[in-house]
Design a protein around this ligand. Structure first.
Ligand code: AMP
Ligand code: MG
Length: 322
């Protein structure tokens, strides 16, 4: 049912109203350092069901639970030594840990989509922190966009995809990191990279003193559902590693060699700048390409944040189910 989606300011009154809406089981999009999240009360089955409905998200794709601090996270999951070390080093920040769910966690079952683990994150954005404090509980929050489409890094992106489907958006400008959190799965003493993201893999491996293992990619039961195939998709088809544009393509450049590009992820070749602007530039390229148009993207280095950028671009370029 259509509703009027309100823009709330990130001040005390706006946050109190957002917390009131969340306590009533409504959905509020809020900024994090990675992307805008679509928040709902993680303990309320109806709120969690409406997250899936608003996004058109498949029921088997579980949600990340956002909490205020590591102590809150420990109430929902069992932490082993590796989990403690990573939480200590990187929370608050763009790292999600998938850990064994406690039997008495009290989260709505749909949050974990029937998996044995729960995904937990402590966001490092002052407005996300203030909202978690005002609400006083765990917030299930996937990216605030229709399922499968480009993630939102501004309030306008959220409105373009979800206006009329959610109660409110807290307007706090663009997200500084710009790509989703890195997801690490910890079970049985092993650490697996389930999704590259805003925290570089190199930093995690240095902290652990060991390489991260790859995620199991079993099509029937992937270790991290929702990672597969087409995602982050603009309307226009996307061609990767394009050193030059072909006729009819909107070329997205990276670095000084691409001075002729219509748009640039970073003219100087800075990966943090490229990550911060990635989803906005994909949206702008889509608008420039127009109906029947195509997008080409210059090669991006694979280290540091480049790993997350290339992961998102590969999914944006993947064959579409539509
Ligand atoms: P999004 O909220 O769109 O950033 O995506 C969250 C992703 O986190 C999902 O698509 C899964 O890959 C992963 N995830 C969330 N919860 C779990 C879980 N309980 N077990 C394994 N992976 C999870
Ligand atoms: Mg998402």
């Amino acid at each position: 049912m259509a509703e009027v989606t309100r823009l709330l300011p990130p001040d005390a009154a706006g946050l109190a109203e957002a917390a009131r809406l969340l306590a009533a089981g409504r959905l509020v999009a809020f900024p994090t350092e990675t992307v805008y999240g679509l928040g709902g009360d993680a303990t309320c089955a109806a709120a969690v069901a409406s997250i899936y409905a608003a996004k058109g998200r498949p029921a088997k794709n579980p949600l990340i639970v956002h909490v205020a601090d590591p102590a809150a996270a420990r109430r929902f999951a069992r932490f082993d030594a590796l989990a403690e070390r990573l939480a200590d080093a990187f929370w608050p920040g763009p790292l999600t840990l998938v850990l064994p769910l406690r039997e008495d966690a009290g989260l709505a079952p749909a949050v974990t989509a029937g998996l044995p683990g729960v995904a937990l994150r402590v966001p490092d954005h002052p407005v996300a922190q203030a909202l978690l404090a005002a609400f006083g509980g765990p917030l299930a929050a996937p990216s605030a966009n229709p399922s499968g489409r480009v993630s939102p890094t501004t309030p306008a992106h959220v409105m373009a995809g979800l206006a009329g489907r959610i109660a409110a958006v807290i307007d706090a400008g663009p997200c500084p990191v710009g790509v989703e959190s890195t997801i690490v799965g910890l079970s049985g003493g092993a650490a697996r990279l389930l999704r590259p993201g805003g925290l570089p893999v190199e930093a995690i491996e240095a902290c652990l003193g060991q390489p991260l293992l790859a995620a199991a990619e079993d099509q029937d039961r992937p270790e991290a559902p929702g990672r597969l195939a087409s995602h982050y998709a603009p309307d226009a088809p996307v061609r990767l590693n394009a050193a030059d544009p072909r006729p009819g393509e909107v070329w997205i450049g990276f670095g000084p060699a691409c001075s002729g590009a219509a748009l640039s992820l970073s003219a100087s070749g800075d990966l943090a700048e490229a990550a911060a602007g990635l989803f906005d530039i994909l949206r702008r390229a889509d608008a420039l390409a127009g109906p029947g148009g195509r997008i080409a993207v210059a090669p991006i280095p694979g280290h540091g944040l480049g790993r997350a950028i290339n992961d998102r671009l590969a999914r944006a370029a993947a064959p579409r189910p539509r």
